[in-house]
Every structure is written in C-alpha cells, then in structure tokens.
Design a protein around this ligand. Structure first.
Ligand SMILES: NC(=O)C1=CN([C@@H]2O[C@H](COP(=O)(O)OP(=O)(O)OC[C@H]3O[C@@H](n4cnc5c(N)ncnc54)[C@H](O)[C@@H]3O)[C@@H](O)[C@H]2O)C=CC1
Ligand SMILES: O=C(O)C(=O)Cc1ccc(O)cc1
Length: 367
C-alpha cells in the first residue's frame, strides 16, 4: 500500500510496527513522532522510520494512517490533540494500548467529527522498552485485538488489517469491555502479582542474605514481568481499575481459603488446590502465543571453566541461530553450572539443541 504512516511513540511497540509496515509496504513513507527527541533520532538512525516529524500536528496532517503507541494515559491526551488538528478526511487512526474501554471513550469526539478510530492491541511484547528493543517478528502468530467503535465500518477494518499484514498476527475483533476483562485477568493482574512477589522477597531478603542468590533461577523466571516499565504499568493499572479491583477482591477471598486449608492441615484440599491448577494449566495451548509472551529456554549443564559461554555461543553463531538472553544459574555449588539461553521461537530453540547435541556432550534440558 502507498501512503504516509505516522507512528506516535517510537518505543518497543511503535518501532516494531514501523518495521512490520515497511517490510510489507516498502512504498509507504513511515513518519515518526516522539516527545523524546533522542529516541526519535535513534529511530531514524536505526532505519526504523523514514522521516522524523518534529511536531505531532505536522506529521498528523499528511498521514493516511496514524498509530498511537504511547503509554495509555498519553494516548488519551493525544486523541484530544488530534481532534483539534487538521487531518485528512479519510485517515484511519488506531492505537496499541493495553487497555481499551477508556481509550474508546476518548475517541468519541473524533467519531463525532466523522473521523475513523479503531482501537488496537497487539498481544505480544516484552518487559523491555524503547526502539532498540523493536523487532519485525515481535507479533508473529500473536493475537492482535481490534475494538472498533459501535457501528464501525467493516471496510475500514479491512484497510487497517491490510496495513498491519506484515505483523503476521491473528486479528480478533472484541468489544472494549470484554478486552479489558480478558487482559485484566491474564496480563494486568499477573503483573500486579509478580510485583507483589518481588516485594515480599525483598522484605524477606533483609533476614536472609542468601535469598538473592537462591532467587536467581525459578523465582527470577516467574517474576520476569516485574521488570516491565513502571510508567506503562501504572497507567494500565489505573485505566483498568474497575476490572483489577474486582479480580483482587476475588483473589483475597481465595487467599483466605488457602490460609484456612493450610492452617487446618487439610491435605485433601491442599492437594486438590494444586492438582486442579495443574490440570487447567497443563491444558493451556503450548504453541499459541498468549498475552504474556513465552520465551523458549534451553538449559545446558556446562562445566565451570572460563570460556564456556563463548564456546557455546560460537557454535550457535556458526549456525546463525539468534538468541534473546543468556545467563548462568548460580544456585548450585558444584563444578557444573547451568547455562540458560532464551530464544524467540520454539524452532530456534530446537535448532540450537540439535546443534549443541552434535558439537558438545553437555546435557540439555528444555522446559
Ligand atoms: N511493552 C509491551 O510489551 C506492550 C505494550 N503495549 C502498549 O503499547 C504502548 C507502547 O508501549 P511500549 O512500546 O512498550 O512503550 P515504550 O516505553 O517502549 O515506548 C513508548 C514511547 O512513547 C513515547 N511517548 C510518551 N509520551 C508521548 C507523547 N505524549 N507523545 C509522543 N510520544 C510519547 C516515549 O517517549 C516512548 O518512546 C503502551 O500503551 C502499552 O500499553 C501493547 C502490547 C505490548
Ligand atoms: O512479556 C511481557 O513482559 C508482557 O507481559 C508483554 C505484554 C505487555 C503488555 C501487553 O499489553 C501485552 C503483552
């Protein structure tokens, strides 16, 4: 497709969308705007955008598609600015915010002016922020929720999907309230819980100096999302307050039940509690990308000698297998350490396992 695409907010999501759109529509001009001029210049230097717009209005006035990929509170303010700008009459405006009801509400004045806004939320990402973390394959196979306004035109949705085809995501049309209930449960609430687990561990670390080292493995993994951007999560929490409060009240009741079964030494209820959770969790789809993206980890039992990491990464580099993270678990005191390498896709992890099986005799474990 040809035309001008303005991306407002060139962080992880805006930058990744810019790459996807350019890949699929090389003739489109990708214009970027960001309040953080350093990030904007970086986006241009990295080739993520074609052109910088030094004011929001300048870019907006010539755009055929406007994507708002800013923290959700900012998105509401930008919708207000766009409402007073001189936009093309056929422009399509969308956003990427993690919450939808309040944003859809904020888009009503645009609708009243005859402009077209379709809410959007690509359900993939990471705890990293900024344009340097942007990548073209971020949304591949992920769900991409669209929340058109009541009475929205199907033709506009088709145009937007065409623009976003390069994401290789699976589009789902949902009502804004349903979106917020779903994401509240499977994404926003887990972020609150992850942060609270970390707070408790921090408190406990004052009495137990070993805690930090012991938390390096599983605990660090299950609380990965507590390393997300606090500004973004403050905004999401406040915008999805109603849903989150409801979930947290239910959670308190559930914790009371857990306290009671443990204090009563009720082994049957405790067993059932864990067992029912295991059954539901084991049945969740493995190959789908959910709201909280999975990272595919490969555990490698390596001897503890200098140079072992570069040896392993050199084998992977020879096969051109890219990894997203690498670390050593320091929980063990013996001669062997566990090297954990994370990959973006399950295929990359399989290729890496094959490669290391062939070139080393280290024991490998997949999660
Ligand atoms: N990080 C994630 O994994 C996901 C985030 N989202 C949503 O996408 C949006 C963007 O998130 P990220 O890209 O992760 O954030 P980010 O922090 O990487 O990037 C946000 C960018 O917006 C810019 N910005 C802030 N206020 C602005 C304003 N008033 N005008 C112009 N630029 C402004 C910032 O300078 C920054 O460069 C958020 O609404 C978030 O809820 C959606 C899916 C996944
Ligand atoms: O893996 C993580 O850190 C995430 O939870 C990514 C994420 C963040 C926000 C969203 O609205 C959707 C996905």
């Amino acid at each position: 497709m040809e035309g001008n695409v303005l991306i407002i907010g060139l962080g992880l999501i805006g930058g990744s969308l810019a790459l996807c759109i350019k890949d699929e529509h090389p003739e489109a001009a990708i214009i970027g705007f960001d309040v953080n001029h350093k990030e904007l210049r970086l986006a241009k230097t990295l080739g993520v955008i074609d052109e910088m717009s030094m004011t929001l209005e300048q870019g907006a006035e010539k755009a055929d598609l406007i994507i708002l990929s800013t923290p959700v509170t900012q998105t509401e303010k930008i919708l207000e600015i766009l409402n007073n700008a001189d936009l093309k009459s056929n422009v399509i405006i969308t956003d990427t915010g993690s919450t939808k009801e309040q944003i859809m509400e904020a888009s009503m004045p645009l609708k009243a002016k005859g402009l077209r806004f379709i809410g959007g939320h690509p359900m993939a990402g990471s705890h990293k922020s900024g344009v340097t973390a942007a990548k073209k394959i971020l949304f591949e196979n992920a769900f991409y929720m669209l929340t058109p306004l009541d009475g929205g035109d199907d033709h506009d949705i088709e145009i937007l999907k065409k623009w976003l085809k390069g994401t290789r995501a699976k589009f789902l049309i949902v009502r804004p309230e349903e979106h917020d209930e779903l994401t509240g449960m499977i994404s926003h609430f887990p972020h609150v819980i992850a942060a609270s687990l970390v707070h408790q561990a921090k408190g406990s670390s004052r009495d137990h100096p070993y805690l930090r080292r012991l938390a390096a493995g599983g605990f660090r993994d299950i609380t990965r999302i507590a390393s997300s951007n606090p500004v973004m999560w403050k905004d999401i929490t406040l915008q999805n307050k109603k849903v989150l409060m409801d979930i947290m009240v239910k959670w308190k009741v559930e914790m009371e039940e857990v306290i009671s079964m443990i204090s009563d030494n009720d082994s049957e209820r405790i067993y059932n509690y864990f067992n029912e959770a295991k059954i539901f969790r084991d049945e969740l789809p493995v190959l789908e990308k959910g709201a909280i993206p999975a990272f595919y980890d490969l555990y490698i039992d390596v001897p503890d000698y200098p140079g072992v990491i570069s040896e392993v990464t050199a084998y992977l580099a020879e096969e051109r297998i890219s990894l997203t993270n690498i670390r050593i678990l320091e929980t063990r005191e013996d001669l062997y350490g566990v090297l954990v390498i994370s990959f973006q896709t399950m295929e990359d992890r399989e290729k890496a396992a094959e490669c290391l099986k062939e070139k080393t005799d280290y024991d490998l474990f997949l999660e």
